[in-house]
Design a protein around this ligand. Sequence first.
Ligand code: SAH
Length: 288
Amino acid sequence: MTARWYVLCVRVPDALDDEIAAVLGSGSLGVEVAAFRPGMTELRVYLGPEHDASVWRERAAEVLSAHGLPVAALALAIDPVADGRWVERWQATLAPIPLGSRFVVLATETASGFGGREPIRLIPGMAFGTGEHETTRLCATAVEQQVAPGSRWLDLGTGTGLLAIVAARCGASRVLAVDTDPEAVAVASEVLAANAAGDAVEVRVGSIADRRGETFDGVVANIQSSFLIANADGLAAALVNGGVLIASGFLVDDIEEIAAALSAASFRVEARASEGPWACLLARRGER
Ligand code: SAH
């Protein structure tokens, strides 16, 4: 029988697990992060029938080399996963994840009532972006604090759509959610429908350049630092005067570089937050 599902196992030092999981996980069905031995983490990257396993093996080797890790010394194996229902099983084990002060992400059809938090439901079987990541939580907290009733928001790199849902539930009257990955857009559309957030939120494939001239009171961008630096002007242009940018997806070490790029594009950095190695900036657009 030809295996239709694969798991690519890569063992990396703990300090790099988030970063490498983010890079390797992009486009996969999902990544499981498991302790391997003290100091080392095993990343299990799940692949489906649509993925070419040998291409992914090469890609993993490149990512390891790029991080100065000895490819040969690491367990890099592709094993067939006999039963394609692993995604559902894995997600069923996910504990409810608190998001901001008001929400809880549920990966299953569990009953509601988690400490009075409002549930946001993911779709069983859907693989990526469960709200576990520090940057998602940092952004969700900031979005909750910043969304004014009736305000208009752009969720740049929406992934599963979680942050767009938070913005809509907090009173935004319009949220444009874009992602360059069509699969993410398909997933976000499903998640939005499952959470009855469809009216306020429009999701489509695209990026900062695809806002069709629309401007927003707030932008949340949980995207890699290179994007934020290269697009600081574009982010300012997407905001009204005094509009707020919530930016994450980068490490504490990169805060100063990003803050400088934003300041050069008229932003005033108002707050910095971090969780573990991950950082989040809140910046307000000034007059230009
Ligand atoms: N907003 C979600 C997902 C963040 S992951 C959360 O906070 O959990 C980052 C997402 O940005 C991915 O879905 C990726 O496909 C998307 N992305 C990466 N580069 C992008 C770009 N240049 N423009 C728009 N989306 C991008």
